[in-house]
Structure formats: structure tokens, C-alpha cells
Design a protein around this ligand. Sequence first.
Ligand code: GFB
Length: 322
Amino acid sequence: MATVAEPSFPLKGRRVWVAGHRGMVGSAVVRRLAGEDCTVLTAGRDRVDLRRQAEVEAWMADERPDAVVVAAAKVGGILANSTRPAEFIYDNLAIETNIIHAAWRTGVSKLLFLGSSCIYPRLAPQPIPEDALLTGPLEPTNEWYAIAKIAGIKLCQAYRKQYGCDFISLMPTNLYGPGDNFDLTSSHVLPALLSKIDRAKRDGLEAVELWGSGKPRREFLHVDDLADASVFLLQNYSGDIPLNVGTGTDVMISELAELIAGVVGYTGRFVYDTSKPDGTPRKLLDVGQLARLGWTARIDLRAGVESTYDWYRANVAQPAVP
Ligand code: GFB
């Protein structure tokens, strides 16, 4: 856990609303906030549909949070992003617009908006600096989601500029960890490979199919590291630059598959379905600004995959058929 001498926004005694507390990111932020002397507020879907402005405004007017973490979002892997564009653009625009506008109206002192590294141009310089935003065309498989997340950054900047709101944005790289989505039709690559490789081992399959060429490179950050960075920045950062959050290193998808095979104990081979998209060739974030503020990731990829696999076996995997 990162600490600095005197946080500019100490959480002690504050009411902090984690919007999206049932998701992988929101639940990690709730776990991390348990270590702070603050009151954590959550709202189930039965109470507030975040896509409905009136419901969001009523909830915030009733609960009066001092700080908000916008961890609620419609998320998914490359296939879900490219086949369900309307959901990805509409749900995300509605959620962030409703929360950010209501936060201004109800006088929230601090808001943290979580974006994604896919906001950057498809062929951005590597590692990607924050100022690469809006300098080139987006990756087509996820432009709907990216446009919504860019709008979220711009909302925070606009409310800061016009109304003086202390609303900040963070751009995490590809995330994984406990609470991830392991459904093969909508998941990201890391949980998909854990699930496929675990199944192949248990069924004694000789090969596992991977999508694309296996050559794209991705950076993977454990969600507990992201939660720690979020709590650190909530307390210590007030600026309009959307800050990158990552580990500073990336791997090829084929290397990730080998690493997961090692963790699972699978000795078969991989075959590549090149009818599926590769997506962005590379998206390694430049994490220099965050490091200069005093925060760096701590969870190594192998250790993070091992603990996520333990969580998967305890919570998701079907028991082997006798
Ligand atoms: O994680 P992923 O779906 O998302 O895919 P992106 C990363 C890479 O892994 C792609 C390959 O090159 C995929 O083709 N891959 C190989 C697989 N096998 C599989 C598999 O079984 N499932 C999946 N899902 N991928 C997403 C964006 O892009 O990243 C979102 O679509 C978001 O908007 C998210 O930004 C973080 O990294 O390509």
C-alpha cells in the first residue's frame, strides 16, 4: 500500500460510494477501502439502475456521498466489444453521465472515474503516454467502448474546468483477478484462457484453441493493485490528466498461454483460430507519471495468475465428472 505524508483528500470519516460494487473492480475497491477509516456506500441494481438519471439523482440526494468511485461499466473482451456495440456505447455513456452530473449537483467533493487503456489510438507510441489521447484512429473492435470512456474523461475535465469539481480519471491496462468474468463468449483473454486450459487439463485434451495469431502483446494488472492505486489517487491526486495505471511490462498472448499452462499444470499444445480478431497489436502503458506520484504495482503476473486460479477453482470451476 502506497502512503505519502499528508493526503490532500484524507478518507477518514468520509462517505465513499463505490458505484459498481458487484463487479471485479468495484468489489476490489470495496475490499481495499475496508482498510480505511471511512464509510463505504453501495447500491444494488434493485435499488438503483445506473442508466436511469432520476434513480441516480435520487440515490445521491438521499445518501450524500463525499466521494464517488465510478467502477460501474459494461465491460467485456474483444468479441463482446465488437458484436454488442450498442450496449457498450449506450450503457457506459448513460452510467458515467448520470453519476458525474449528479455528483456535481449534490456537491460531491471528490470523484474518481475509471477508464481503460483502449481509449488510446490503435497505433499509439509504446509505452503509451497520457498525451497520446485523441492523436489517431481507435482500434475498431472496441471503438464504441473507447468513445464512451473518452467521454467520461472529458466529463471530468469539463466539470473541473467549468465548476471547479475535483473529478479525476484513471486509465487501467487489461485487468484480471478474483470476481472476473469467465464466460468464454464475453470474457477477456486471461480468464478465458484460465477456464479453457483448466477444462482441457481435466478432460485430457491434446490442444487448446486460442483466438487470433497469439502475437498481440498485452499488459495485465491484478485488480487488487488497481484498487490500491485508486485509493491512493483518490487521496493524493487532483489534476485533469487521466493517469495511466499498469505494471510497465507486457507479454505476448502466446506467452500468457504458456504461463497459464504452467500454473494449471497443462502439457498440451495451442492452436490458433485466425478467423478471430487480434485487436490492437500492443498497448503497454507509460506509467511514469504515476510512479513519480509515489505508486507502483506490486503483484507479479505469475503470482497473480496463481491466486486467481485458486479463486476460480474455489468459486467458478465445475467439479470434475466422476
Ligand atoms: O482480452 P481481450 O478480449 O481484449 O483479448 P483486448 C486480448 C487478445 O487475446 C486478443 C486474444 O488478441 C484476442 O484475440 N485471445 C486469444 C483471446 N484467445 C482468446 C480468448 O479465448 N478470449 C479472448 N477474449 N481473447 C479489450 C477491449 O481488448 O480489452 C475492451 O475489447 C477493453 O474494450 C479490454 O479495453 C481491456 O485487450 O483486445
